[in-house]
Each structure stands twice: as structure tokens, then as C-alpha cells.
Design a binder for this molecule. Structure first.
Ligand code: SF4
Length: 306
């Protein structure tokens, strides 16, 4: 089926729950089939600048894979991830009580129609739900904001990169030096496992939970946007260069590009705590965002939907 069949422009006459479900479905479909342009550009630039033969071969294979997925309307990777949504809801938006149920339905539908690999397994019985839903899955992160529109982002998160995410409670005395060491150690330990070149979401501060949630959310920032704080932008560059000096390279087979970017965020911390979280994202850095306006028009922000 063509993307155009799903494009929703102009005021919709759908019930709000059906509209949110359609948008959630579209976002999952867009995310798993087409990478956002900033990621594609970063991969292309890495290919052009890579000097290792193995690195170039792997980046070329990744770029060809991306091209075929778009042509054939098929997911870019067999692992279509654990389904995570970020919802920024205007306090005056309609239908907020319907969002969770609608996104759950969207996930089930996408599993059958895109299709997505069923990736939701009960940790105790090992039973796969078969439709990518389960307890807390799809996971929905909420932000309540001003206004009457709703922004929804889908982030299907691959298992290989998830498995090497790292959380450390370093001592406050170690400070930024300790943070840098922790991040670099995590990259070296991860090696080829997270399907490099990766994007790193790094967060410091808060508590253990806040740091990891913030690190993962940092993956939503496009690669061509540095942190607006110049000191944090410098830290991002330093971590990027340090990670790329490891020589792990594309798919772990050696080369200059172990990471495509590093996004750093922070939260205030307890004086006695210094949590550092590193969320790894693989080269298949899938995300898609749309706005549902109060008049029920829909705008897709990360992808062109003709
Ligand atoms: S880590 Fe990413 S690229 Fe690797 S298999 Fe999983 S989803 Fe695919």
C-alpha cells in the first residue's frame, strides 16, 4: 500500500480516536521504512569521509539497504524494535483520554499491515503477545504543554542497541571527567553489538530513572542540531571525537565512524548523586513525528507525505 493512502491533510471528519490511531499507524509505518533526512545525510557524509575499506563497504551496504527499503516499502531492518511514543499534549487538546487506546490499536494494526516483527514478550512466561503490545508496551512518554494541539513521535527502538545502554552512578567528585570516561567505556564495551555507527543520547543528573529517560529522549534531537548551550555543544563534539577515535567503525569492522552524533542533555541532581546515562541508537535511527492540530489537520514533521 502506498503512503499516499495514509496522508491526512485538511480537516478530518474522523472521530478523534480514529484520527489518532491513523496518525500513530502512519508514524510507525514511516519510521520503520524511511529514515529521517538528517540520519540519511549523516550516513552519506560518513560514507564519503570514511577511509577504512571495511567501513566504506559497510556504509555502502547500509545506504543501499535504506534505498531498497524505500523503493519496496518494506522495513529497513528485520528488528522493528520495541514501540515507544512521545506525546506532547496541549492542555486544551481534545481527546487526550483516547490517546493511549488509539496508539495501542495503531501498534496492533502496524504489526499486521506494515508489518512489524512481534517484539513484545512476557519476561516470565516468554510468551510473545504477537502484536507488539503488552504490559507498558507500547510505552508512552507524556509531556503536557500549552495550547490545543498534540505532537506525537514514534520511536521504534532496536534490541541490539538497547542491550548496551548504560547507567552509572559515578561519584560527584569525578564530575565531567568521570562522565567522559563513563561514556567512552560504554562505547568500547558495546563494540559491534549496537550496529554502529550509533547515535548516543547522553544525560547527566536527575536520579537513575530521570537520567535514562532523558538520555533516550535526547535521541529525538536531529543530528544537525547541537545543544543550544555552547559548553554542552563542546562536550557533544568532544564525546563524538572520542567515540570515533576508538576505531570500532561501521558495524564494528573498523573505521572512522563509530558514532554519527552525540546529544547531551541534563537535569539538576542531588548533591550526593551523579547519574550518567548513555542511550545507544543504531544506524537504523528511526523516528517520525506529526502534529494533530485543533482543527484536526495533521502535519508530518520528519517525513514528506505526499
Ligand atoms: S540494533 Fe538496530 S540495526 Fe541492529 S538489528 Fe537491531 S534494529 Fe536492526
Amino acid at each position: 500500500m502506498d503512503f499516499n493512502s495514509y496522508a491526512l491533510h485538511g480537516g478530518s471528519t474522523l472521530e478523534i480516536e480514529s484520527l489518532i490511531e491513523d496518525v500513530g499507524f502512519n508514524l510507525l509505518r514511516l519510521a520503520v521504512i524511511r529514515l529521517p533526512s538528517d540520519v540519511k545525510e549523516a550516513l552519506q557524509k560518513a560514507y564519503e569521509a570514511e577511509t577504512s575499506e571495511a567501513g566504506r563497504v559497510n556504509l555502502k551496504a547500509i545506504l543501499t539497504n535504506i534505498e531498497f527499503a524505500e523503493k519496496l516499502n518494506t522495513p529497513i531492518c528485520q528488528d522493528t524494535g520495541t514501540i515507544i511514543f512521545y506525546v506532547k499534549a496541549g492542555g486544551k487538546a481534545q481527546g487526550l483520554d483516547k490517546v493511549e487506546a488509539a496508539l495501542r490499536e495503531a501498534t496492533k494494526r502496524a504489526t499486521t499491515e506494515v508489518p512489524l516483527r512481534p517484539n513484545a514478550v512476557d519476561p516470565f512466561t516468554r510468551k510473545n503477545s504477537g502484536d507488539n503490545t503488552g504490559r507498558f508496551i507500547p510505552y508512552i512518554n507524556w509531556d503536557i504543554t500549552d495550547g490545543d494541539s498534540v505532537e506525537i513521535t514514534a520511536l521504534p527502538k532496536g534490541g541490539g542497541s538497547e542491550n548496551v545502554c548504560a547507567l552509572g552512578m559515578i561519584t560527584p567528585g569525578e564530575g565531567v571527567k568521570g562522565l567522559k570516561k563513563f561514556v567512552l567505556d560504554a562505547v568500547i564495551r558495546a563494540g559491534a553489538k549496537p550496529c554502529p555507527p550509533n547515535i548516543l543520547g547522553v544525560a547527566v543528573g536527575g536520579g537513575a530513572d530521570i537520567a535514562m529517560k532523558t538520555a533516550k529522549k535526547a535521541l529525538l534531537r536531529p543530528l544537525n542540531q547541537s545543544n543550544p548551550n555552547p559548553e554542552l555543544a563542546r562536550l557533544e563534539k568532544e564525546l563524538y571525537e572520542a567515540a570515533n577515535s576508538t576505531g570500532i567503525g561501521p558495524m564494528g569492522l573498523g573505521g572512522k565512524f563509530t558514532v554519527l552524533g552525540v546529544n547531551v542533555e541534563y537535569a539538576h541532581r542531588h548533591p550526593a548523586s551523579y547519574p550518567v546515562a548513555v542511550a545507544f541508537q543504531c544506524w537504523a535511527a528511526r523516528r517520525a513525528t506529526a502534529w494533530i492540530n485543533a482543527d484536526r489537520t495533521v502535519e508530518y514533521l520528519t517525513h514528506e507525505v505526499r
